[in-house]
Design a protein around this ligand. Sequence first.
Ligand SMILES: Cc1ncc(C[n+]2csc(CCOP(=O)(O)OP(=O)(O)O)c2C)c(N)n1
Ligand code: SF4
Length: 292
Amino acid sequence: MAQAYDLTIKEFNACEETWCPGCGDFGVNGALKRAMVNLELSPEQIVLVTGIGCSSKISDYFKSYTFHTIHGRPLPVASAIKIANPDLNVIVATGDGDGYAIGMGHFIHAIRRNVNITMIVMNNQVYGLTKGQFSPTAARGFESGTSPDGSEEDPIDGPALALAAGASFVARSFSADMKGSIATFEAAIRHRGFSVVDDLSPCVTFNKVNTYAWFRQNIRKLEEEDYEPTDRTRALELVLNSEKIPVGILYQDDSPPDTYEERVLKDLTKAPVWENLDPKGWEYARIMDEFR
Ligand SMILES: Cc1ncc(C[n+]2csc(CCOP(=O)(O)OP(=O)(O)O)c2C)c(N)n1
Ligand code: SF4
């Protein structure tokens, strides 16, 4: 993590945000930038990969290498980037629609592979970009354009699924809690292995139920409790059965299993993917020719 210059949060500012005033995603953007400064990571050491959604627009507002992919697909793209260059700090920022609906298959498989990347899900229980349809995390009875009489579906819980799928770092944050979000993002990025943070990030325009006030009444902060995030079963029980939504690090395995890139690359000090490629003879050119 060598630094060529003293970093400030301004180093990570790109263009002006176009989110609605008050959108929870502002908090995530600010906390992520602050976490990078605290971790002494500079923009060229980071790749921020996003899908499609209001939340995924964060890659426009965050100055580093970025990749705004297609809907539901940031995880495979991020995995490939990490395997191609394990020195990079690869972060996926996504929404509950992008990450848990169309992208759900990739979520479980990325956890199973244990690529050393961090996934932050800006969870607002709606599809904000497409005008507030209910998402897979919306509560039963949630009224929206696509559920005018209230959703008949039960919600899924991202952290519960991540714990069941074997993730070695699972956390939840609240975008209005800047201090807690920064600490959680830092821990997630520092973690060796796939880490996921489900961030409660209110959509002030289309979700009039799960507001900032609602979350303040309905969350419990684990940092204020005598909670050790070392037991997966206890974490799962907490997520599934707690009356209030637990916020903080739910589970962390301090000696996680080997990462995917450690398994496939064997020697992380080399960049074998590139070394093994022969640009002239590579199959890629032939395949591209077929489409000309
Ligand atoms: C393949 C495909 N299907 C559907 C869409 C339309 N679409 C764009 S964003 C989005 C949902 C975004 O929801 P979420 O990830 O929760 O982000 P938010 O806008 O709430 O931050 C959908 C369904 C699309 N762009 N591409
Ligand atoms: S529509 Fe909702 S999620 Fe999208 S920018 Fe506005 S407040 Fe944020």
